[in-house]
Every structure is written in structure tokens, then in C-alpha cells.
Design a protein around this ligand. Structure first.
Ligand code: AR6
Length: 187
């Protein structure tokens, strides 16, 4: 997988899964599925959700209308339409509200349920944005820890070839570049 507008570093592999950090726009990635940090309406919004709907075109919104929304921590799948990605997995992260409202478990659910849909469809290459860390204000470091821990646990069966953490800024990419080797070396 490669894309002109992303910079990637190959960080580590566990079993048959390669874990990669990408810096740039997730809508440019030609993977089996990109994950959308959506809201419970699934009808679009700002941030990465807005970017994905703009790049995919109106057919994505039409399919999303048929899904009857999505609960926080859950995930639903659509086609990718004009995106280079074949599918979009829409998940709804928790709004950060101090940390004692099940935010961590709900965020882990986003990663777990997204990968569960990918596994059901035999999708092998999956790119995640840093779910909940923008408009929903989840602190970046604990969010990255949850993302890595949960995706690692879900890939132990070798179902995925590549899991990409697509970071939309240097600070987020540096955080994943630091945490990934640390956390994967203990795996
Ligand atoms: N590619 C990759 N990552 C991106 C992109 C992009 N094109 N654009 C933003 N990010 P956010 P949330 C990063 O706010 O916090 C929407 O309105 C961004 O820098 O997109 O889960 C939805 O409809 C941040 O690190 O999602 C919901 O209402 C990460 O993606 C709400 O925002 C997530 O930021 C969801 O908020």
C-alpha cells in the first residue's frame, strides 16, 4: 500500500500483522477499509467524518441514511464509493467527559467492533484515524494506548495483514511512533 500524500513508517509486526504509522489524510489511503470517526447519526459532520464524506461523494451519505445510526462504541460498514478505500467502517467514539463515564471501554469498543466487521468481511488492510481525539476531546496519549492495545489483541489470530494508524499531525505521529514499539515489544 502506498499513497502520494502520506508518509509512512513501518513500525513493527506481530504474528502476521504489520502495524504502521501514516502521517496525512486517511481519505488518500488505498486500503480494504478506512475507519470513520463518525457521530451517532452517521449522517456526516466535521473533522475526519467531513473529509471522508467529501471524498467519497453523495452515494456514501445515501447508504449511511439506510443504516439507522450507530451507538457509541459500535460500528457499521459501507462501501467506499469514490474513495481509494473499498469500504468505510463507521464507528462512534465517546465524547471525553472527564474519564469516569466509561470513555476508555467505549473507545476500546470502537476498535474491537471495527475489526470484528473487517474480520467478518475478510478485509486485510485497515486504516484508523485517532478516534475521539479531535472534536470529542479524548486525550491523545491514553487514546493511542487504547488503540494499540485493542488492535493488537484483535490481531493475534492473524486475520489482518496491516493495521495503519493514520495521524493527522506530527505530534500524533510522534506519539504512535513512540508507543507502538514499546507496546508491541511486550506482545
Ligand atoms: N485524515 C486523518 N485524520 C484526520 C483527518 C483526516 N482527513 N481529519 C481529522 N483527522 P475528529 P472525533 C484527525 O474531530 O474527535 C465529527 O464532526 C483529527 O486530527 O475528526 O472522534 C463527527 O461527525 C483527530 O486526531 O473526530 C463527530 O461529531 C482525529 O482525526 C465528531 O467529529 C479525530 O478527530 C467526532 O469527533
Amino acid at each position: 500500500m502506498s499513497a502520494p500524500e502520506t508518509i509512512r513508517s513501518d513500525v513493527a509486526s506481530v504474528a502476521r500483522t504489520r502495524f504502521t504509522v501514516a502521517l496525512g489524510d486517511i481519505t488518500k489511503l488505498p486500503v480494504d477499509a478506512i475507519v470513520n470517526a463518525a457521530n451517532s447519526s452517521l449522517l456526516g459532520g466535521g473533522g475526519v467524518d467531513g473529509a471522508i464524506h467529501r471524498a467519497a461523494g453523495p452515494d456514501l451519505l445515501a447508504e449511511c441514511r439506510s443504516l439507522n445510526g450507530c451507538r457509541t462504541g459500535q460500528a457499521k460498514i459501507t462501501m467506499g464509493y469514490r474513495l481509494p478505500a473499498r469500504h468505510v467502517i463507521h464507528t462512534v467514539g465517546p465524547v471525553w467527559n472527564g474519564g469516569d463515564h466509561d470513555e476508555e471501554e467505549l473507545l476500546a469498543g470502537c476498535y474491537r467492533n471495527s475489526l470484528s466487521l473487517a474480520r467478518e468481511r475478510a478485509l486485510k488492510t485497515i486504516a484508523f484515524p485517532a478516534i475521539s481525539t479531535g472534536i470529542y476531546r479524548f486525550p491523545a496519549e491514553p487514546a493511542a494506548g487504547i488503540a494499540i492495545r485493542t488492535t493488537l489483541a484483535e490481531s493475534k489470530d492473524g486475520a489482518f495483514e496491516e493495521i495503519i494508524f493514520c495521524c493527522f499531525g506530527d505530534d500524533m505521529a510522534a506519539l504512535y511512533d513512540r508507543l507502538l514499539p514499546q507496546m508491541l515489544s511486550g506482545a
